[in-house]
Design a protein around this ligand. Structure first.
Ligand code: SAH
Length: 187
């Protein structure tokens, strides 16, 4: 966490607050997660240096950089083009070679790069998106906030064991909702 310059991932006028332990707005109604939460989710993924990671919700790209420092490769998907483009610029500028970003609905995962050892979803949904579960390798870990929009959600880790999810529940969290296909499905 110390090695990633968080001030480069927040809007210029908020740089003075970049090292406070709190979320900050990054535009388009989205936020860069609080450093504690970034650290906690990264820890729960239990990454090995050889792991291939899928991240849903690139946002600022800060969490992406932290994951890239702990694993072999990170594939990160962001729904909003402006955020994805900005994050890519910052990450390229910092010289990360093991990150690939794309614009799209993370609900569907990244089939061409699957299976993944670890999947992190940084926006809340009422249930684990089915395509993401399929793209998780046996023994792999998926970490995400599970719950409804504007309600407190639970931070969970689902480990794939004989194809089935073994779920651990960690704490209450508050994330922006996962948008796109999942919202149409749950209505
Ligand atoms: N890890 C990021 C968190 C950003 S907040 C950071 O710390 O900067 C969650 C992000 O998920 C937002 O950028 C939002 O636009 C994105 N998002 C929401 N729904 C999505 C979807 N279906 N697919 C991909 N990204 C999505």
């Amino acid at each position: 966490m110390d090695a990633v310059p968080r001030h480069l991932f927040v809007p210029e006028h908020l740089r003075g607050s970049a090292y406070a332990d709190r979320p900050l707005p990054i535009g388009e109604g989205q936020t860069i997660s609080q450093p504690y939460i970034v650290a906690r989710m990264s820890e729960l993924l239990a990454l090995k240096a050889t792991d291939s990671v899928l991240e849903i919700g690139t946002g600022s790209g800060y969490q992406t950089a932290v994951l890239a420092s702990l694993s072999a490769s990170v594939s990160s998907i962001e729904l909003l083009p402006s955020l994805s483009e900005r994050a890519k610029k910052v990450l390229d500028g910092l010289g990360y070679k093991n990150i690939e970003t794309k614009i799209g609905d993370g609900f569907f995962g990244w089939e061409e790069r699957a299976p993944f050892d670890a999947i992190l979803v940084t926006a809340a949904a009422p249930k684990i998106p089915e395509p993401l579960w399929r793209q998780l390798r046996e023994g792999g870990r998926l970490v995400m906030p599970l719950g409804e929009e504007r309600k407190l959600q639970r931070l969970i880790r689902a480990r794939k064991s004989a194809g089935q999810p073994v779920i651990e529940d960690f704490s209450e969290v508050l994330f922006v909702p996962l948008r796109g296909a999942i919202q149409k499905r749950s209505r």
